[in-house]
Design a protein around this ligand. Structure first.
Ligand code: COA
Length: 432
């Protein structure tokens, strides 16, 4: 059958598409800028027709759809990464949280959660019947291989991203045509502290390195400091707007990469129209599934891999807490450990954990004698290499416990150094 005929047959209203979701079903949806909000909105409007449906996605950036009070008993949200939109519901039990390294989430979905229905966003088909998953390929691509019901919101605002984002319409069961601008994640203006952190990180990056940039404000600050570098590569779980100018100017040209030479490789994109437009039909950017992009062995195939992520707290042994504050689930591990380990395995590779030395207007030090009670260690001390703050760089790998503590105190905020030095004396029976 001609693909156009097939496509026409599969095009239905949102109401019809969601009528294939049954009570007790597990549903997985794409997240971030390509969250299929047009279909989700119709699910929410018709919530009374659903009972005990679990909806999993990575994280919520927009409306708190799945955690609205009235949908209790109808939908239950299961998150892999807490955000401002879901933290309260996670804290009071109205939503669930599943912790997993990002590269393992496709396997966790397939083997444990076992969703029957998958819902994602795609751009309209091209002249040969191919659509693209746009900014979110990550865990959602693999669900097309096993879910019983595969639904896509066809949206002209979705960029025609390349790589494994490209799918033939025959891989879907139902299409719902709803055009609406994508959710955006704009970068906040950079603070002086972030700029200083960006400079300190850039001092550890050499021409020809292959980068991974994590989530939060610091990656954009680092991008600002890379303008005079050459021949950088990008193999990153995600990027935001900050990389667009670096790729356009040729600073990032991927010419030294061992895998996907000449091409930026990503699992998802988190930004604004500037980034979406740049990704659209751009053969120099490929989107691939997260079980591939974030697999530590795959990451390590590129020499001089440098991972840069951020964290909530570091103790004087170098244990890194990135996703909890005590028992409170604050974010998620995401791909942090995937990339720390991949960069460590890479020839010439380095991992960087970059954070402001304090938070809450300098009232809380992020470098602490011991981590907050009940917090989970995200990156174990044996995996940690460089810690960076606005005050400098602490290189921890291979260092004694005493030298680790010394290096960390040297990059702590001056307001907290005396108490950290007192702890140093207690712990090591020696003046700082
Ligand atoms: N104690 C209490 N609160 C803290 C804190 C601490 N030690 N450290 C940070 N916070 C609070 C800040 O005050 C801020 O609160 P606010 O939102 O009320 O202003 C909030 O946490 C976010 O801090 P900020 O410094 O703006 O964080 P960020 O946006 O740069 O994100 C992480 C930092 C750690 C949350 C984020 O990088 C993360 O989730 N990392 C883990 C996942 C990861 O690395 N993935 C890798 C690839 S995507």
């Amino acid at each position: 059958m001609d693909w156009k005929e097939l496509y026409k047959q599969k095009c239905v209203t949102a109401e019809e598409a969601i009528s294939h979701i049954h009570d007790g079903d597990r549903v997985v949806t794409a997240f971030g800028c390509c969250e299929p909000v047009g279909i989700e909105r119709v699910m929410l409007e018709n919530y009374k027709q659903f009972h005990d449906v679990q909806v999993s996605n990575m994280l919520l950036i927009g409306d708190t759809f799945w955690v609205h009070d009235e949908v209790k008993g109808h939908f239950k949200y299961n998150s892999f990464f807490a955000s401002a939109s879901s933290r309260a519901a996670l804290a009071n039990g109205d939503a669930d949280f599943t912790t997993s390294h990002f590269y393992e989430i496709p396997a966790v979905l397939h083997d444990v959660i076992k969703p029957r229905v998958t819902i994602m966003s795609v751009c309209p088909p091209d002249e040969n019947g191919y659509v693209s998953l746009g900014t979110s390929v990550d865990y959602i691509e693999s669900t097309l291989h096993y879910c019983d019901v595969k639904i896509a919101q066809v949206n002209k605002y979705v960029p025609r991203a390349q790589g494994r984002a490209v799918k033939h319409i025959s891989e879907f069961d139902y299409f719902v045509e709803i055009d609406e601008p994508l959710l955006e994640v704009p970068a906040a203006p950079l603070s002086d502290v972030e700029r200083a952190i960006g400079k300190n990180c850039a001092s550890l990056i050499n021409d020809g390195d292959c980068l991974q940039l994590g989530i939060g404000g610091i990656p954009n600050a680092i991008c600002e400091e890379l303008k005079n570098k050459k021949d950088l590569g990008l193999h990153s779980e995600m990027v935001s707007d900050g990389v667009v100018d670096l790729i356009k100017s040729g600073v990032i040209n991927n010419s030294k990469k061992q895998t996907h030479n000449g091409v930026t490789v990503l699992a998802f994109a988190f930004g604004t129209k500037k980034l979406f437009d740049f990704m659209d039909n751009n053969p120099a950017i490929e989107m691939h599934p997260v079980e591939y992009v974030n697999h530590p062995v795959e990451i390590s195939k590129n020499d001089n891999m440098v991972s840069i992520n951020s964290c909530i707290q570091v103790d004087l042994m170098g244990q890194v807490v990135s996703d909890t504050i005590g028992l409170r689930q604050f974010s998620g591990v995401g791909g942090q450990v995937d990339f720390v380990r991949g960069a460590t395995l890479s020839k010439g590779g380095r991992s960087i954990m970059a954070m402001p030395s304090t938070t809450k207007n300098d009232t809380i030090s992020k470098i602490v004698p011991t981590i907050t009670e009940n917090s989970a260690v995200t990156t174990p001390r044996n995996d940690v290499n460089y810690i960076v703050t606005e005050y400098g760089v602490a290189q921890l790998k291979g260092q004694t416990l005493k030298n680790r503590a010394r290096a960390l105190i040297n990059i702590a905020h001056p307001n907290f150094r005396e108490e950290l030095k007192a702890e140093f004396k207690r712990r090591f029976n020696e003046d700082f």
